[in-house]
Design a protein around this ligand. Structure first.
Ligand code: CP
Ligand code: NVA
Length: 330
């Protein structure tokens, strides 16, 4: 019968084996093929899912909505402003109600314990659409993109430049460990992943042959690197006052042409998005006015160069999220 993850929640990739992650990646590629070929795949007709967002989103919300509709499902979107969640009704009660109406629940918000509790009390599969700690659906899209580029990914070096203890960096460390890749966290010492998570990943790496590297030197991060990855310097939910401190700390880790030149010749640039690569956002313009920076975590020329894979990544969010919903609900 092969692998079966029906009924499971998707909260962190730590809960999934290498084989299960590869299964989801293969399934994602298959869904991408079906979409491109125009083959209908409404395999989950009659099912209903609900999307809970306590933080804002473009890609994740749209990927879940389009993915669910392509699979034939009905979708309800709820945010904190328009539901009772957390204010007038406890998480436990909300989860119990939603579990009686829906076949699956997506949650984006703050604490990881919230997705865990939702899964515990709802009794239906819960999918983590980003918490302060992890962003697991992003990982499938990222690795699918790396596979589309390089084919075999074992041993490939992916370096995360910047706030190396944020949700995306944590999750990259986990997925690279699971898949036997070379993960490098490159950032200031005070923004390295938590020791506890590093320990868990080191134990996984022992089994898979993955390599974990930690450095505060961007040159070391870029050396022999196949994928240069970055993310915004202040994540959702962090206070605005942090910008000044983070800019000072993270400026040396900007992915720019100079850094790209130190990497492998066929290296690519990746970013989960949204990104501050120019002044065409309110925050980008504010930062320029205050600190004189035209771009932050990535220079505009790298972002628009032939090396950039960020929009392919964004598209792959939809194919991979579809695979997660299908595999857990079928
Ligand atoms: N990458 C990502 O999660 O994007 P959104 O915040 O737009 O969902
Ligand atoms: N680290 C970012 C990721 C956004 C997709 C954040 O949490 O805001």
């Amino acid at each position: 019968m092969g692998l079966n993850i029906r009924g499971r929640s998707f909260l962190t990739l730590l809960d999934f084996t290498t084989e299960e992650i590869n299964y989801l990646l293969d399934l994602s590629a298959e869904f991408k093929r079906l979409k491109y070929a125009g083959v209908p795949h409404d395999y989950l007709k009659g099912k209903q899912i609900v999307l809970l967002f306590e933080k804002t989103s473009t890609r994740t919300r749209c990927a879940f909505e389009v993915g669910a509709r392509d699979l034939g499902m009905g979708v309800t979107f709820l945010d904190s402003a328009s539901s009772q969640m957390g204010k007038k009704e406890s998480l436990e009660d909300t989860a119990k109600v939603l579990g009686r109406m829906y076949d699956g629940i997506e949650y984006r918000g703050f604490k990881q314990s919230v997705v865990e509790d939702l899964a515990k009390y709802s009794g239906v599969p819960v999918w983590n659409g980003l918490t302060d700690d992890f962003h697991p659906t992003q990982m499938l899209a990222d690795i699918l993109t790396v596979k589309e580029e390089f084919g075999d990914i074992k041993g490939r070096k992916l370096t995360f430049f910047g706030d190396a203890r944020n949700n995306v960096a944590n999750s990259l460390m986990v997925v690279c460990s699971k898949l036997g890749m070379h993960f490098c966290a490159c950032g200031p010492k005070e923004l390295m992943p938590k020791k506890e998570l590093i320990k868990k990943c080191e134990a996984i790496a022992k089994e898979t042959g993955a390599v974990l590297e930690f450095t505060d030197d961007p040159k070391v991060g870029a050396k022999n690197c196949d994928v240069l990855y970055t993310d915004i310097w202040v994540s959702m939910g962090e206070p605005e006052e942090l910008w000044e401190k983070r800019i000072k700390l993270l400026k040396p880790y900007q992915v720019n042409q100079k850094l790209m030149k130190l990497a492998n010749k066929d290296a690519i640039f990746m970013h989960c998005l949204p990104s501050f690569h120019d002044r065409n956002t309110t925050v980008g313009e504010e930062i320029y006015q205050k600190y004189g920076l035209e771009s932050m975590e990535v220079s505009d020329d790298v972002f628009h160069s032939s090396k950039g894979r960020q929009f392919q990544e964004a598209e792959n969010r939809m194919h991979t999220i579809k695979a997660v919903m299908y595999a857990t609900l079928k």
